[in-house]
Design a protein around this ligand. Structure first.
Ligand code: FPP
Length: 245
């Protein structure tokens, strides 16, 4: 969800105003995704690297998270959204950790859309924590394969993402879902996150359905290969396209 700062600067406003507008955009995009029967939506709300930002901005983002949860949780719950959090919560304040865990608990019975909030998350952190957990569980080195390590990744409850969207004009992954995005279709847009809405989501989905997903195979001219939810199988036997963004 990149571009909040620039969105604010264009309006001669502080960066925090951009982040606030970013929350409003997120709430609308969650609704739009649910309306389009997208089953999994994962957002990068705070990266392990975001601590490098000025203290004022970091504390502003933490406060914004608390305000956003208290403002929107009831509606998200009523709309069938299940919130899940991935990231290193041991190193965030108790207040923020509790608010995130409470949001998870409050929506545990929902299943219409799984909204994963990546918070104090990094793709490399995730791979390391999975390896550590596997070692602690006593998985022998010669039995540690991709499927086994996947079971210890933070998002082991979700299919790999079909579509990876980055707003704000940067063309890089910035340590998001590195393991899980191995075969994700990448979509980069100059649109700044606060301007991202249902129309922008539809543009991303329209781009996605044009793609031919081969998963390392030679591909075919078969029908509907790029369709989200088309349910093909990958060459490694995992479920294929599965409606995850
Ligand atoms: C990147 O834009 C955005 C973030 C670091 C925060 C994203 C958070 C939200 C949209 C709100 C939801 C999450 C919380 C924590 C309440 P940027 O600031 O790097 O934008 P820039 O590249 O234009 O400076």
């Amino acid at each position: 969800m990149d571009g909040n700062g620039r969105w604010a600067r264009k309006r001669f406003m502080p960066r925090g105003v951009g982040h606030k507008a970013g929350v409003d955009a997120l709430v609308k995009v969650v609704q739009a995704a649910a309306d389009r029967h997208i089953g999994f939506l994962t957002v990068f709300a705070f990266s392990s690297e975001n601590w490098k930002r000025p203290e004022e901005e970091v504390s502003g983002l933490m406060s914004l998270l608390l305000v956003a949860l208290s403002k929107h949780l009831v509606k998200l719950k009523a709309d069938g959204v299940r919130i899940r959090v991935v990231g290193d919560l041991a190193n965030v304040s108790e207040k923020v950790r509790n608010a995130l865990l409470e949001a998870q608990a409050a929506t545990v019975d929902n299943s219409r859309l799984i909204l994963t909030v990546a918070f104090n998350y990094g793709g490399r952190w995730d791979i390391v924590q999975a390896a550590r957990q596997a070692m602690l569980a006593g998985v022998p080195a010669d039995q540690l394969d991709e499927a086994t390590l996947s079971r210890y990744m933070a998002m082991n409850y979700a299919p790999d993402p079909d579509l990876f969207i980055r707003t704000g004009g940067e063309v890089r992954l910035s340590n998001f879902l590195l393991w899980q995005s191995a075969y994700a279709e990448l979509y980069f847009t100059d649109c700044l996150w606060p301007d991202f809405d249902d129309r922008e989501l539809d543009k991303a989905l329209a781009s996605y359905v044009q793609r031919e997903r081969r998963f390392g195979d030679v591909g075919s001219s078969g029908e509907g290969e790029g369709a989200i939810g088309s349910g093909d199988d990958n060459d490694d036997g995992r479920a294929g396209t599965s409606d995850a963004v």
